[in-house]
Design a protein. Structure first.
Length: 116
């Protein structure tokens, strides 16, 4: 058996006011996952909880992201979360707050027989 990349989903999330990177990261993963219905696992005779999902988040201030809150978004399978510098921080006109944009990539793997 070998873990095989099956799906790549991408999304974007924001925190309009408050500059909270975890909120934007959670929304980005939500955006990536809820635009589809993955039937690939069932189509090849596997349970959806057999999926392994590698999540990568790009956001300003990556050290402030609670990765467990991000992973809690996953409806099936198990996951890992890596957070890197990225996204955007856009100040308001008064300079008193920011809009924060995070980007998410979710790569779905299934354990398939060699050569499948």
């Amino acid at each position: 058996m070998a873990w095989t990349r099956m799906v790549l989903e991408i999304g974007m999330g924001t925190d309009i006011r408050g500059t909270e990177p975890t909120k934007a990261a959670v929304r980005a993963l939500w955006d990536a996952l809820w635009h589809n219905s993955l039937s690939i696992a069932n189509a090849i005779g596997q349970d959806t909880d057999a999926m392994r999902v590698e999540v990568k988040i790009g956001v300003p201030d990556p050290e402030k992201v609670d990765t467990q809150q991000v992973l809690d978004v996953l409806p099936h399978g198990t996951g890992t979360c890596e957070v890197v510098e990225g996204g955007l921080k856009i100040p308001n006109d008064a300079g008193t707050d920011n809009t924060l944009i995070a980007h998410a990539a979710a790569v779905v793997y299934l354990d398939l027989p060699e050569g499948a």
